[in-house]
Design a binder for this molecule. Structure first.
Ligand SMILES: [Zn+2]
Length: 181
C-alpha cells in the first residue's frame, strides 16, 4: 500500500485527502488536498463551486505528532467570493478559523491544560507557552455547551495569562466531570 494511502487511513482528516508525504530529521510534512470541489466560506454557511483563484503559497497546520516527529499538514487552498464576506480563503474542517494548528492538536493541548499547568502542557507539546491561552479561547468558543451550568456543584478555578501576561483567561472546571465549563 502506498504511503499516502496508509496515512490517509491513519489520519482520517475530515474532507481532506493525503497527497504526498516527506520525512525530514525531526518532522513529517503531509501534503493534503480538499476532498470536495465545493468551497466553504469560513465565516458563514455559504459554499460554492466557483473558484475565485488559488493561493500561491501553501497553508500549514501543526498536527498531532507522528512517530515522535512534529507533523505538519500543508494545503494549497483555493479562494472563493462570498456574497456577504467578499473574497476569502476556503475553510478547512480539520482546523479552526485563524489557527495554525489542527482541531485534534488544539483539543489535546487544551485537555492537557485542564489536567496540568500551562508550562508542562506547552513543553510536552513543543509549543510556545502563550499559544496555550489562545488555544483555550478558540476551543472554549467552539465547544462550550449552553447548558454547562446545570447541576454544577464542585468547581475548580485556575487563571492563566498569555501575550506577555497582558491577557488573562480564567478556567472554571466541573470537578464531577472533569470538563471546562
Ligand atoms: Zn460568508
Amino acid at each position: 500500500m502506498r504511503a499516502s494511502t496508509l496515512l490517509n487511513r491513519l489520519l482520517c482528516l475530515p474532507k481532506a485527502t493525503v497527497r504526498d508525504v516527506d520525512i525530514a530529521d525531526d518532522r513529517v510534512r503531509v501534503g493534503v488536498r480538499p476532498q470536495r470541489r465545493r468551497m466553504q466560506c469560513p465565516h458563514c454557511d455559504y459554499s460554492t463551486l466557483h473558484r475565485y483563484d488559488t493561493r500561491e503559497v501553501d497553508s500549514a497546520w501543526r498536527h498531532l505528532d507522528l512517530g515522535g516527529r512534529v507533523c505538519v499538514l500543508t494545503m494549497r487552498r483555493r479562494r472563493l467570493r462570498c456574497p456577504e464576506h467578499g473574497v476569502l480563503v476556503e475553510a478547512v474542517d480539520f482546523a479552526r478559523l485563524g489557527s495554525g494548528f489542527t482541531r485534534d492538536f488544539e483539543d489535546l493541548v487544551v485537555w492537557l491544560a485542564t489536567k496540568t499547568d500551562k508550562t508542562t502542557a506547552a513543553t510536552f507539546c513543543r509549543i510556545v507557552w502563550r499559544t496555550v491561552g489562545a488555544m483555550c479561547s478558540r476551543v472554549a468558543a467552539d465547544k462550550l455547551d449552553p447548558d454547562r451550568f446545570a447541576g454544577l456543584v464542585n468547581i475548580g478555578v485556575d487563571k492563566i495569562s498569555w501575550r506577555k501576561h497582558h491577557k488573562y483567561l480564567t478556567l472554571v472546571s466541573d470537578h464531577e466531570t472533569g470538563t471546562i465549563v
